[in-house]
Design a binder for this molecule. Structure first.
Ligand SMILES: C[S@@+](CC[C@H](N)C(=O)[O-])C[C@H]1O[C@@H](n2cnc3c(N)ncnc32)[C@H](O)[C@@H]1O
Length: 279
């Protein structure tokens, strides 16, 4: 295993929080997942690898699409998330699913065994993305395809950006022009080409995302996220903290609908092939 720090996080506190918020995260991504599934274009008999499958909701959905004869492997570092995934898969009663614990950077899988590698927000945590994507390419058969979703940056994506923006209204601690690798469509393209993929397409997709039931619910959730906690800790005094939180509460209230608080999610939908066949 190469990603020891990520393994520690996802088998520890981060994993516990992810599982505790499973239904919220599922609701946030409900209108985004169909973009991924359409791009993956799964068919009967396909063998699919779901990278960073987490609690397995997308894995289960994909297993329905590859029947009859297909198989979906859910690969994840997190033992607790995989336990939840196995339970959900048993409840769903869909055949053709296997969950495997392991590091996608050094996957415990044979070369050239999959038709499609898919990931719903599970590829952004590699300590060595070049090595990871080269390995993921190697488990695809010639002509196999890759499809994944990752978040756009905070400035264009309210799922990540609403809380930092509220802090930025009161203090100069948010800053920084450097985009994370997976927020930058050009760097994603370069990465995949270096890893041996072709036909790379990075397309923006925007959808409403339900963050929670009401302002108090969403505020409670966001205050537990590491990014927001980190920003609040950098503020000089309690008054500025209170102001940032009041600004965030107002922004959330403006997005309250009868059925919850909805923000605008922005993702990159990334597709590629290992040898020339367009997705
Ligand atoms: C943001 S969650 C997404 C989970 C799921 N795909 C979903 O859409 O709900 C990211 C997942 O990636 C997993 N992960 C992170 N780094 C990984 C790695 N190197 N190999 C395998 N899984 C990894 C984490 O354990 C976590 O379950």
């Amino acid at each position: 295993m190469a990603n020891l720090e990520q393994a520690r996080r996802w088998n520890g506190e981060t994993g516990r929080r992810w599982i505790a918020q499973r239904e919220r995260h599922h609701a946030v991504r409900r209108l985004l997942t169909p973009h991924l599934l359409r791009a993956a274009a799964l068919g009967s008999g396909d063998r699919v690898l779901d990278v960073g499958c987490g609690c397995g909701e997308v894995t289960i959905e994909m297993a329905r699409s590859v029947r009859p004869g297909g198989e979906v492997y859910g690969l994840d570092l997190s033992g607790p998330a995989l336990d939840v995934a196995r339970g959900l898969a048993a409840d769903a009663g869909v055949p053709g699913i296997r969950f495997v614990r392991g590091d996608a950077q050094t996957p415990p899988l044979s070369p050239a065994t999959f038709d499609v590698v898919v990931s719903s927000f599970g590829v952004m945590f590699f300590e060595d993305p070049d090595a990871a994507f080269a390995h993921l390419g190697s488990v695809l058969r010639p002509g196999g395809r890759l499809a994944f979703l990752c978040w756009q940056d905070e400035r264009h994506n309210e799922v990540l950006g609403l809380a930092p923006r509220a802090v930025a209204a009161h203090a100069a601690v948010v800053g920084g022009d450097d985009l994370d690798l997976f927020a930058d469509p050009w760097r994603i393209g370069d990465l995949l080409v270096r890893a041996g993929f072709g036909n790379v397409r990075v397309r923006g997709r925007r959808e409403p995302a339900r963050l929670g039931s009401d302002v108090a619910d969403v505020l409670g959730y966001l205050r537990e996220t590491s990014r927001f906690r980190d920003l609040l800790q950098r503020l000089d005094d309690q008054r500025t903290v209170d102001r940032a939180i009041a600004t965030l509460a107002r922004e959330l209230a403006a997005r309250q609908r009868a059925d919850g608080v909805w923000v605008e999610a922005a993702v990159w939908l990334v597709t590629a092939t290992v040898s020339g066949r367009p997705v």
